[in-house]
Design a protein around this ligand. Structure first.
Ligand code: FES
Length: 167
C-alpha cells in the first residue's frame, strides 16, 4: 500500500487549508464585533444619585424620579428615566419599585380614595401596603421590589432592585 499523496490530493489539502484560513481571518472580526457587548463587563452595582434630600424623607412615601445616564443596553447607550417610592421607616430609608407585580403597570401611593394608605395600581385594581406587601384578593401575586439605598452627601442614592426584604 502506497502512502504517497497524489497531486490531486495535495491540491485539495492545500486549497482547504488556505480557504479555511481566509474564511476564519475574515469571520473573526465580525464574530468579535457581534458578541462584544455580551463579553463587556457589567457596570452594575453603582448607586445613582437622586435629587431627594435624605432629611426631607418622611414616613409618607414620596415619588422620586431620577435618570440613569448613559445606560448600556447591548449596542445602545441612552439615558433611562426611573422612579421609586421612598419613605422612612425609623431611621432607615426605604425605596420601592413602582412596577406592579401583576402585569407591570406603575403603582401610585394613595392612588385610590378608598385606600389612602396603600399603593394602588390603576390597571386592574392591584393594592399594596406601605412596605410593598401585596394585598390578598387583588391581582398582584407578590410584593413590590425594593431598591438598594445609600445616603451620600445628604442625598438619596438608589442601586439595583432586589426582592422585597420587608414582608
Ligand atoms: S398590572 Fe397592576 S394590577 Fe394588573
Amino acid at each position: 500500500m502506497s502512502s504517497k499523496v497524489s497531486r490531486r490530493q495535495f491540491l485539495n489539502y492545500t486549497l482547504m487549508g488556505v480557504g479555511g484560513f481566509m474564511v476564519s481571518a475574515a469571520a473573526m472580526p465580525m464574530i468579535r464585533f457581534a458578541i462584544d457587548p455580551v463579553l463587556a463587563s457589567s457596570e452594575g452595582g453603582d448607586f445613582i444619585p437622586t435629587d431627594q434630600k435624605a432629611d426631607d424623607v418622611t414616613e409618607t412615601p414620596v415619588r422620586v424620579d431620577y435618570t440613569i445616564k448613559d445606560r448600556k443596553d447591548a449596542w445602545y447607550k441612552s439615558d433611562v428615566s426611573n422612579t421609586a417610592w421612598v419613605y422612612k421607616d425609623g431611621d432607615k430609608i426605604i425605596a420601592l419599585s413602582p412596577v406592579c407585580k401583576h402585569l407591570g403597570c406603575t403603582v401610585n401611593w394613595a392612588g385610590d380614595d378608598t385606600h389612602p394608605n396603600e399603593y394602588f395600581c390603576p390597571c386592574h385594581g392591584g393594592r399594596y401596603e406601605k412596605n410593598g406587601k401585596n394585598v390578598p384578593g387583588t391581582p398582584p401575586t407578590g410584593p413590590l421590589d425594593q431598591y438598594e439605598v445609600e445616603v451620600i452627601d445628604g442625598l438619596v442614592h438608589l442601586g439595583k432592585t432586589m426582592p422585597n426584604t420587608l414582608v
